[in-house]
Design a protein around this ligand. Structure first.
Ligand code: GLC
Length: 470
């Protein structure tokens, strides 16, 4: 059965490429409309989950590491796909309904979208693929993508597919073409003789076509990733791939990781080096990994992705959990710079979410319940860094996120504007007086901070914000 479907899919692929609509034809207004929900969302959940999750960072009974991405375990231990699959498959046992826990947790945390790994570098696809036997359909007789999508939709979340173009399973993936991309056999000759990368690309495109055809609306396609020495059209037939996705999903947003050039927002191979520019033909947003750009990227859509500890995929050995304070302040810091926060969970092999992650996300959710208005739909701060905290803006409202509560109760906002009402989001009844002076507006706050992590004040202003000294 699968074989017939495989052939039919491959044949229909080229037709899709011809029917493609290029994003270049899109006007700025159309692009803004497409980006709108994402720009307003500000906060999403990332999920790394696959065969590696059951291995949990352990190989031969020993920890592979206590830090770093354990979704890379196959590469870390240099296992070929047969050995890896043999050990990992028995440990990958999703319980029925596992995805509801993710979706409900994302919702409770205040996330507006959920991006999950449909296939990571190990090559194991979570859907029921007609072109692969290395997929949840063949191995578990389940379509996990379908289950996750249904659960996310039930909670009203937008849906994003992470998809790895790197593939450590496919026997025609020509890993020798890159010295920079990871592969368990990197540097070694192909075990099966010469490889025909074009065959891998047919397969890659066919799997992606299934994903964008069979699961309803896909809001984000989150590609991962390219190298300077292997990227774009040469490596992935990237333009065709993006057009294939757009043909099926005209409203989709895609990241920039099918490329690794300055025009696509990259400076080098590191995850820190970004060029603050992005030609829309290479994607819709830039993806700083594990860090927050110091000054944001004015005019560019960007999303910081980050782990709760130090690994994307579950590891039983990684205990370096970030504090609630760090996570909440990161979200605020990112919003104040005009970006999105995509915060990762790494569920276990049974699909359950580590207790530490649940706790952290619930803490963020509690803060968001009171202060979400100061995050959703906001734009970047009109100020350079302020020593007491951060600022976000929604029209004539400035949200002051106070990290360091002033000892004398006076908060100086270096603003020349006329100001109106000031309210405390945590206690809207509290009266806060504002006095204008040459160095800005002074607010008289209650003696102690209602929220030790971040207390938010909403300050109404007249006209465009005019910081002191500008
Ligand atoms: C990387 C890693 C990967 C992770 C991703 C998330 O490039 O290879 O394991 O999925 O970043 O941004």
């Amino acid at each position: 059965m699968k074989r017939f479907l495989r052939l039919a899919l491959l044949l229909s692929l080229s037709a899709a490429s011809f029917a493609a609509v290029a994003s270049a034809a899109e006007t700025a207004a159309q692009r803004d409309a497409r980006m709108q929900w994402w720009r307003e969302a500000r906060f999403g959940m990332f999920v790394h989950w696959g065969l590696y999750s059951g291995l949990a960072g352990t190989w031969d009974g020993k920890p592979v590491a206590t830090k770093g991405g354990m979704e890379w375990i196959q590469q870390r231990v240099k296992a070929d796909t047969g050995v890896y699959a043999q050990r990992a498959i028995p440990l990958f046992k999703p319980t029925p309904g596992f995805a509801r826990e993710w979706a409900q947790l994302a919702k409770a945390a205040g996330c507006r979208y959920l991006v999950f790994t449909t296939k990571h570098h190990d090559g194991f696809a979570l859907h029921d693929s007609a072109v692969s036997d290395y997929d949840a359909g063949s191995v578990l007789h389940r379509d996990l993508v379908k289950e996750i999508v249904a659960a996310a939709r039930a909670e009203g979340l937008k849906i994003g597919f992470y998809h790895s173009v790197i593939d450590w399973h496919h026997d025609q993936y020509a890993y020798a073409k890159s010295k920079q991309l990871p592969h368990p056999l990197r540097g070694q000759p192909y075990p099966n003789g010469e490889r025909n990368h074009a065959q891998y690309l047919d397969y890659l495109h066919a799997e992606v076509k299934e994903l964008v055809s069979n699961y309803g609306q896909v809001d984000v396609l989150w590609w991962d990733y390219s190298a300077q020495d292997f990227q774009g059209d040469e490596a992935w037939r990237a333009t065709d791939l993006m057009n294939l996705v757009r043909t099926k999903q005209p409203a989709v947003l895609m990241n920039n990781r099918l490329f690794r050039t300055p025009e696509a927002g990259w400076k080098g191979m590191g995850t820190e080096g970004y060029a603050p520019q992005l030609d829309p033909q290479y994607g819709d947003f830039i993806t700083p990994e594990q860090h927050i750009p110091a000054t944001g990227m004015p005019g560019i859509d960007w999303e910081t992705c980050m782990t709760l500890n130090t690994t994307w995929g579950f590891s039983e050995h990684d205990h370096a959990w970030k504090s609630d304070e760090t996570l909440i302040r990161n979200l605020i810091d990112i919003a104040s710079k005009g970006g999105n926060y995509l915060l990762n969970i790494g569920p276990k092999g049974d699909g359950s979410v580590p207790a530490e992650s649940v706790k952290s996300l619930q803490a963020i959710g509690a803060w968001m319940k009171t202060n979400g208005a100061a995050i959703y739909g906001t734009t970047a701060s009109p100020f350079a860094q302020l020593e007491w905290g951060r600022v976000t803006r929604k029209g004539q409202t400035l949200y002051l996120h106070v990290f360091n509560w002033p000892a004398n109760g006076q908060l100086l906002v270096p603003l020349q504007n006329q100001t109106g009402r000031v309210t405390l989001l945590a206690a809207p009844g509290t009266v806060i007086s504002a006095t204008a002076g040459p160095d800005g507006v002074r607010l008289q706050l209650p003696a102690s901070a209602p929220d030790a992590i971040a207390t938010v004040l909403a300050l109404q202003i007249t006209g465009e914000p005019r910081p002191v000294g500008k």
